[in-house]
Design a protein around this ligand. Sequence first.
Ligand SMILES: Nc1nc2c(ncn2[C@@H]2O[C@H](COP(=O)(O)OP(=O)(O)OP(=O)(O)O)[C@@H](O)[C@H]2O)c(=O)[nH]1
Length: 204
Amino acid sequence: MNEVKIAVLGGEGTGKSALTVRFLTKRFIGEYASNFESIYNKHLCLEGKQINLEIYDPCSQSQKKKVSLTSELHWADGFVIVYDISDRSSFAFAKALIYRIREPQSSHCKRALEPAVLLVGNKQDLCHVREVGWEEGQRLALDNRCQFCELSAAEQCVEVEMMFLRIIKDILIHCKLKEKRRSSGSKSVAKLINNVFGKRRKSV
Ligand SMILES: Nc1nc2c(ncn2[C@@H]2O[C@H](COP(=O)(O)OP(=O)(O)OP(=O)(O)O)[C@@H](O)[C@H]2O)c(=O)[nH]1
């Protein structure tokens, strides 16, 4: 069983809960409790692999709050960073979150490889009052080795599902690479030990 942990982060009211609930229940209910944090659990089968998925949806976070993320960086295998395309300040907050995740010292928290990140421009149905261009989102993602998409939790069920499946697949690829590195690392340590003791044995 593969364990996959995703933290859904972003500015206040960007639609973190709407996206999470849409993925888990296929529904958009409009208003979501924002005064408590939740970890949702879901079992799924993806490309023949059994996955135990946990999704962390924090309680309402003030954008003025310091972007510390220490516990999230220890807990999560991947991040969905959400901004609202009709709210420029939420894009600035998403940028700060991505910079924090990509800081060199952050990668020491849980892993040898940097975590998977998917940047999401939500509320695409509000494109008539758009404040953040599609290209800006794409550029931020490209510059920081993130995946990117724009969608609407309110109007697009399939796209939301595809978005979560995309980050899960990305996390599984990262896990595979990590295992490969670990096993090739232990092989080279074994080789080194063998060389050293092999040489000693010869000289006795
Ligand atoms: N038009 C539109 N509204 C949306 C969309 N997604 C969420 N909303 C609305 O945006 C508001 C905030 O959504 P939430 O899901 O509570 O956002 P959140 O990021 O979890 O909010 P906090 O936990 O308070 O930070 C709600 O009124 C939602 O109905 C969307 O795709 N389009």
